[in-house]
Write a protein that binds this ligand. Structure first.
Ligand code: TYD
Length: 218
């Protein structure tokens, strides 16, 4: 969130879903897109790291680099790469689509960097803030945080066949994800416009809460 805390003035809307791995972001992103499309709105689902060709390539390094025995990705490098991908995403996809009046639904955005790199990796708030300030100011119209405790989150994605670098960490180090969750909750405290939803509720109840928040935007 930029210091003014104000949203943008483009005709479209930016709705961001946040939460630890397994919190259901992707599911609700798709569901909301179908719901808004049925109302005749131009919608587009996007995600971080990714959303453009270059950002996807950067994301591939971040999520799937396998040679860490040869060279470890430094935490600072990780943070810089997430922001490099975000720079492409904001400038080459998000802003142009907002200008065209799209409702963009992003599965993750800047708060992920506060939670995962700032809190999870322990880089601290200020480094993330400095990079956020370096990019064009862009606050979402709605930021939904799907909050879930760590044991429930790991149960949900344990069935998945593949693991990215972050999910492998949860297998080894549950504390990392506990810090990420606390990072998100601190973010929400600092920016009370964040809507914190209890993602452990039954799916239809979470969905009802999401629709209620989204209805306030039109
Ligand atoms: P991905 O497999 O794309 O999916 P999901 O968002 O559903 O978990 O994983 C993205 C991973 O990248 C996820 O573990 C969180 C991490 N991440 C960060 O650490 N910092 C960031 O700024 C972003 C955008 C993601």
């Amino acid at each position: 969130m930029t210091s003014t805390n104000q949203t943008h003035s483009y005709p479209g809307r930016l709705i961001c879903f946040e939460g630890i791995d397994g919190s259901g972001k992707s599911h609700f992103c798709t569901k909301l897109s179908e719901h808004l499309t049925a109302q005749g709105l131009k919608t587009l689902v996007t995600h971080e790291p990714g959303g453009t060709a270059v950002a996807e390539k950067i994301g591939d390094i971040l999520l799937h680099f396998k040679d860490e025995a040869l060279e470890k990705i430094m935490d600072e490098t990780e943070l810089l790469l997430f922001f490099a991908a975000r720079c492409q995403h904001i400038n080459n996809l998000i802003i142009p689509k907002l200008q065209e009046g799209y409702w963009l639904l992003s599965d993750r955005f800047t708060p992920s960097s506060y939670a995962y790199q700032g809190a999870g990796r322990g880089l601290g708030w200020d480094k993330v803030q400095a990079l956020e300030n370096y990019l064009p100011p862009l606050n979402p119209d709605l930021l939904l945080l799907l909050d879930l405790d760590i044991s429930q989150s790991s149960q949900r994605w344990q069935a998945q066949a593949t693991r990215d670098r972050f999910e492998k960490m949860l297998q080894k180090n549950g504390d990392f994800f506990a810090s990420v969750r606390q990072g998100y909750l601190q973010y929400a405290k600092k920016y009370p416009s964040t809507k914190v939803l209890d993602a452990s509720l039954p799916e239809d109840e979470v969905w009802a809460l999401i629709k209620k928040e989204v209805a306030k935007l039109s």
